[in-house]
Design a protein around this ligand. Structure first.
Ligand code: PLP
Length: 392
């Protein structure tokens, strides 16, 4: 258990809730969650399935209709060639991370993962006996990017796996086609298996998302983490899937048998309705989030000591707060706590997404805007502005 990490963002949530319970207003920019309703077509189908008695166990890899529909959705949006047999339905996207590692990693294997990044990668790699090797995302010319050459330079004889998260939490970065191509070539040349975490694939405002799984040579060495959480505002329903080569899918389904038997039966019918009858629902959700992104970017502009590049996707901003922190003479934790207590604004900092490297000179926070409507975003960030305009 000493090697098992956590999502420290949940601790920030608890702190914010406690502060709120004492009668304070809190602007919850810390939560990677959404305050939008799941589309009615999905709700109705799940309720119908529940009433129809879809309340027993179902096949370990998911109901066949849903496996088929997920394969179809992924093929249509990414240009891959999956069939139902390549899909293992999961209780959320998150379980794919641990199951991918359990299926493919031996003790002592090295796994490349993004830092800053979703903290569960490092936690699961280390818990399962692997060696976590971080690679960076850096801000350059108004965008965050990874560096395929840096990734290449970190590969040694023990490196077996690469985790890619595009679109990227927390920076909102999106790989260019060329970067993705170079990563695919690198994976083939260095014989790496890739986990492509595509949790935010559909939450894209400009340009088009692409999957590394669709590039030449990748079909046999790539798994996709797919989730209903964000695209249909279904975070609490817990439904996602792993897609990959058939032998990997079978291994993941064997893990399902051991760990949860199957994903919740009746909600699979809800998700199925989302894919088959939910035309326009994803676009509606993305459109609301796009307006919130604009509101957040605009409201941040006058905030002293804060500068923010414009992410093309996800529902996060990752502003540089180096000057603001310097003005307050604060370290990350003091800065975060004071923003909560003095402005009611709650957020995660760089430190919630992995250990900062010694070469990192700039300081960042993550503002998640999917859990607040536009007026709350404006109000909260105006409060942050007032807090930062005050000296001391
Ligand atoms: N991957 C990334 C990068 C995430 O940010 C999240 C959730 O925030 C997940 C995976 C897992 O999401 P879920 O388990 O809700 O599908």
């Amino acid at each position: 258990m000493d090697r098992l990490g956590t999502e420290t963002a949940f601790a920030v949530s608890a702190e914010a809730r406690e502060f709120e319970a004492r009668g304070n207003t809190v602007y919850p920019f810390h939560v990677g969650d959404m305050n939008l309703p799941t589309p009615p077509v999905i709700q109705e189908a799940a309720i119908r399935a529940l009433r129809d008695g879809r309340t027993g166990y179902c096949p370990n890899g998911g109901i066949p209709e849903l496996r088929e529909a997920i394969a179809g959705d992924v093929n249509r949006t990414r240009g891959t060639g999956y069939r139902a047999e390549n899909v293992a339905v999961q209780p959320g996207g998150k379980p794919v991370i641990g199951k991918f590692l359990q299926a493919l990693m031996n003790e002592g294997d090295e796994v490349l993962y993004p830092n800053p990044g979703f903290p569960i990668y490092e936690s699961q790699i280390e818990y399962l006996g692997g060696v976590a090797v971080p690679y960076a995302y850096r801000e350059r010319d108004g965008r965050f990017e990874l560096d395929p050459e840096e990734i290449d330079s970190r590969i040694g004889p023990a490196t077996k796996l690469l985790i890619l998260n595009d679109l990227h939490n927390p920076t909102g970065a999106a790989c260019t086609r060329e970067e993705m191509q170079r990563l695919a070539e690198l994976a083939c040349r260095r014989d790496l298996f890739v986990l492509s975490d595509e949790a935010y694939f559909d939450i894209r405002y400009e340009g088009e998302s692409g999957s590394i799984a669709a590039l030449p040579g990748m079909g046999e060495r790539c798994a996709i983490l797919y989730t209903f959480s964000k695209k249909f505002a279904m975070t609490g329903w817990r439904l996602g899937a792993a897609l990959g080569p058939k032998d990997l899918t079978e291994a993941v389904i064997r893990l399902n048998v051991n760990q949860e038997s199957c994903s919740n039966h009746f909600i699979q019918y809800g998700a199925l309705a989302g894919l088959t009858e939910g035309a326009g629902e994803v676009e509606r959700i993305v459109s609301v989030l796009r307006d919130r992104r604009e509101a957040a970017l605009q409201a941040l502009q006058p905030v002293p000591g804060v500068s923010c590049s414009r992410p093309r996707g996800t529902f996060y901003l990752y502003p540089d707060v180096t000057e603001a922190m310097r003005a307050k003479g604060a370290d990350y934790e003091t800065f975060r706590r004071r923003a909560l207590e003095e402005a009611g604004v709650s957020f995660c900092t760089r430190q919630h997404f992995g250990r900062p490297g010694p070469e990192e000179e700039r300081a960042y926070i993550r503002l998640a805007y999917a859990g607040l409507d536009e007026s709350a975003i404006r109000e909260g960030l105006a409060r942050l502005q007032t807090f930062l305009e005050r000296s001391g």
